[in-house]
Structure formats: C-alpha cells, structure tokens
Write a protein that binds this ligand. Structure first.
Ligand code: BEZ
Length: 266
C-alpha cells in the first residue's frame, strides 16, 4: 500500500502539473471546437498553469488567461512568460474590450454561482462572440462523491460538536444537465448551438496511489476540519469502497462525465 501525505496547500501547482496533466491533455480536444483564428482575442477562463492558453496563442490568437488560484497564475507566468495571466474570479471578472471568444476547460464545475459566471462571460464577449466550454456534467464523479459522503457519514468521529458540516454540504461541485445549463445561457442572451453530455472514464496516474492523489488534489473540501489521521482513514475507506468498480489492472479510473457547450452571444 502506498503512503499518503496530506498537502498543506489546496492548489499545489507542482502536484497539479506532475500528476494531473490529463486535465489539459483532454482539453486539447476542446480546442478543436474553439478553432482559434489568427488575430482573434480569446480569454482562457480558469487557465490553470497555462498549457491550453499557450496552444491558443500558437494558433495565432491573442490570448489572456485568468484563474482564481494565485499559485496557478504564478506557475503559468513562469511557464509562458510571453503570455498575459491574471488572478480573477469566474463569477465577477471584467475585460477592457469585448472579445471574440471565451474558452474554459475543466473549471466551471467549481463555480456554483453559474448565473454570475455566465453574466461575466456574456459581458466579456462581442455580439456574435462564442463561449466554448467543457466541465463536469450531471452524474460526474458520482461514485467517488457517494463513497466520500457515505464514509464521512459512517465515521461519526468529529473533533468538536458542530465543527464539521454535513457531508453533502461539503460537496464543492456543480454538475448541471444540458437542459439546466443551456437554460441559464439562454436566459442571459446566448444561443446554444452545441451541447453534449458524455461519459469519459478517466485513468489516473501513479497506479495504486491514483485515487488518493485525486482526492487530495480535487476533493479536499470533503476532508475539511478532519485531523491528518482522520483524512487518511477517509481516503483508505473510500479506496476500499471504490476498488471493485474503479480499480482495474493496477490503474484507478475516475467516473468522469463531461458537458460540452458552444454558445453564441446574441
Ligand atoms: C472534473 O474535471 O470533472 C473534475 C475535476 C475535479 C473535481 C471534480 C470534477
């Protein structure tokens, strides 16, 4: 069994680049939907450490990346010093002049305030500008979320009464259906010209340690308020729950379900 060490920092950019490169590798497929053109002005919303912004720039577009994690922006600036990156929130960013496109990969499932994110995206675009996004859709990581919630409920060991919220309230994600998200977009003045919800089982790196790494990188909200020993106990129990379904031939596979959207500002 591999060791688990609990990181101190929520968005550890080195861990992200080292063990979770699949996030932007899968995002390359979304670039085909964006189809960036030379001379276009494009925002990469939730750019992480900058890899997809760089690809957009290589297509000849003028790109800017924003992310709400200062650690990610610092690393993006180190990786691609010729590009512009800023710290900003998806739900209240502003741009100086209207853009041709807003692109976003694997970020909007972190933004529960979808209405304000869509309002920011809308005001950032020219009329006729496009919003091209992929993120976790309805049913995403359902088995992992359920295992975390069941484990936390069953544990019952709380450091202090009322100190920890109920497991479901800890869930940091928003995984909408096509109908739900398309309605929000239409209500704010977008034409939704493409939408797809599909399963994409996603193999994790690092063999046996794959799901523990994933939980520490992406699901740390579920572990809030627990001691290091309790966090390790939760991760071990979740591994046991999930092993029969998500661990095969030495590789963990996360039960991802993606939503892809292309919408045009009217
Ligand atoms: C996702 O890309 O679907 C995802 C990533 C981290 C946490 C939850 C979902």
């Amino acid at each position: 069994m591999t060791n688990i060490s609990i990181p101190k920092n929520d968005w550890d950019s080195a861990l992200y680049e080292d063990k979770h490169a699949f996030v932007w590798q899968y995002g390359e497929d979304l670039l085909k939907l964006l189809n960036p053109q030379s001379g276009e002005q494009i925002l990469d919303l939730g750019c992480g450490t900058g890899q997809l912004a760089e690809k957009i720039a290589l297509a000849g577009a003028e790109v800017m990346g924003i992310d709400n994690a200062p650690t990610m922006i610092e690393k993006a600036r180190q990786n691609y010093p010729h590009l512009r990156f800023d710290v900003a929130e998806s739900q209240n960013f502003r741009v100086n002049q209207p853009l041709d496109a807003v692109f976003s990969n694997a970020v909007l499932h972190w933004v529960k305030d979808a209405d304000n994110a869509i309002a920011s995206i809308h005001q950032a675009l020219k009329s006729g500008g496009r919003f091209v996004a992929e993120f976790g859709g309805k049913g995403n990581v359902q088995a992992i979320s359920k295992a975390l919630e069941t484990t936390l409920e069953a544990m019952g060991t709380r450091p202090a009464a009322n100190a920890i919220p109920e497991p479901q309230a800890l869930n940091p994600w928003y995984f909408p259906s096509i109908g739900e998200y398309a309605t929000l977009l239409e209500q704010q003045g977008f034409d939704v010209i493409y939408a797809n919800l599909f399963s994409r089982p996603t193999p994790l790196t690092e063999g046996e340690a794959g799901i523990a790494n994933w939980i520490q990188m992406f699901a740390s909200a579920f572990l809030a308020g627990l001691s290091t020993e309790q966090q390790i106990q939760v991760i071990r129990t979740v591994e046991e729950h999930l092993k029969p379904t998500l661990y095969h031939g030495g590789t963990w596979t996360a039960d991802y379900r993606r939503i892809r959207i292309v919408a045009i500002k009217l």
